[in-house]
Design a protein around this ligand. Structure first.
Ligand code: NAI
Ligand code: MG
Length: 349
């Protein structure tokens, strides 16, 4: 029997509630397909930061390295600055393991009400995940004086833009052959014209994909007014991040949205995590929507070579939403995390 070694980092807040939910779905579907998971859990979190002074131990990345994949909940806690939790754990994992693709599918499930009147959403945001606006290049000077200043440089490399564009175009060829590149080359006159040029070059390798570039502001408006026109949207680290929260909300709730941080070459483990954060406003009450985490687990199954099991998990989510009234409070229901999860487990087991 194949056993996959998974590193599990539940993190903070609702991360610790939705991650076990995803694991129980993984176990149930794996058992039926004749494979299994060997989990190693790590308590790396803001809680650990408070007691140990670091989100993870100094050799943390090495400890993750020999796993087949990483399942993560969310990090972040009031009192710990968000850049500490992000740069102390998530970003080092994404960068060290060259997870340069952040894949964020969005779907409007039957039975989930969208805030929009006619939301027919089925799209994937492909976010560049290791360069762009999230850069350490820059600094602050004159702290405390009137001329205090901060500078942060955006970094786009030809290699980085090419590989994310190629990934997105290739993905579009497996879907509806439509791609939109998020830009803002009218206002940001060095980096984004470069992004546009490289995307246009890569597009030539995919003549059967119908593509265009949209300025991010107009694109946001179009996503709200007519989300059904989009298939694959490729964007920089910042644009992709913003777009994926927007598209997730358009589809009904950020609690539904999954993500995969992929190292497509498979030189390193990839990481799977819901798009949402630790939601301190609802943490500890057992009412977090587990769909984002469970759908992320489905993406993990796909990545590890179990596409049928992955499809069954997503179909189970769709079936519970369309055939039963079970909903967590973010979707207008009264179900708890464990009640909803139990319904999914029953379908896939
Ligand atoms: P958030 O995603 O945690 O919460 C935003 C809103 O959505 C809240 O009202 C929350 O209750 C709701 N929500 C989120 N996930 C939900 C779920 N599964 N079920 C039901 N409702 C859900 O974003 P926020 O409030 O901006 O950040 C909170 C903390 O999480 C911060 O410390 C932030 O840095 C961190 N964060 C961590 C991320 C990660 O680990 N990848 C991503 C985003 C934020
Ligand atoms: Mg985000």
């Amino acid at each position: 029997m194949t056993t996959h070694r998974l590193a599990v980092i539940p993190g903070d807040g609702i991360g610790t509630e939705v991650t076990p939910a995803a694991q129980s779905v993984l176990d149930a579907v794996a058992a039926r397909h004749g494979f299994g998971f060997d989990y190693r859990e790590f308590d790396w979190s803001c809680e650990r930061y408070r007691t140990e002074g670091a989100m993870m131990p100094a050799d943390g990345l090495d400890r993750l390295r020999d796993h087949d994949a990483i399942l993560l909940g969310a990090v972040g806690s009031p009192g710990v600055p968000d850049h500490v939790s992000l740069w102390g754990l998530l970003i080092p994992i994404r960068r060290t393991f060259r997870q340069y693709v952040n894949l964020r599918p969005v779907r409007c499930f039957d039975g989930v009400e969208s805030p929009l009147r006619n939301a027919d959403v089925d799209l994937v945001v492909v976010r560049e995940n290791i360069e762009g606006e999230y850069s350490q290049i820059g600094g602050r000077i004159n702290s405390g004086f009137p001329d205090e200043m901060a500078v942060q440089e955006t970094v786009f490399t030809r290699v980085g833009v090419s590989r994310i564009a190629d990934y997105a175009f290739r993905l579009a060829t497996t879907r509806r052959h439509r791609l939109t590149s998020a830009t803002k080359s009218n206002g940001i006159v060095h980096t984004l014209p470069f992004w546009d040029e490289v995307v246009a070059e890569r597009a030539q390798g995919f003549p059967d994909v119908d593509w265009d570039a949209e300025h991010i502001d107009a694109l946001c408006a179009k996503v709200v007014l007519d989300p059904g026109r989009f298939d694959v949207i490729v964007g920089s680290n910042l644009f992709g991040d913003i777009l994926s929260d927007l598209t997730a909300a358009v589809a009904g709730s950020i609690g539904i949205a999954p993500s995969a941080n992929l190292n497509p070459e498979r030189d390193f483990p990839s990481m799977f995590e819901p798009v949402h954060g630790s939601a301190p406003d609802i943490a500890g009450r057992g009412v977090a929507n587990p769909i984002g985490a469970i759908w992320s687990a489905a993406m993990l199954l796909d990545h590890l070579g179990h596409p049928e099991a992955a499809t069954e998990v997503v179909d189970a989510i769709a079936a519970v939403l369309s055939e039963t009234p079970l909903r967590t409070p973010d979707l207008g229901g009264t179900a708890t995390t464990s009640e909803f999860t139990a319904a999914i487990v029953k379908r896939v087991a």
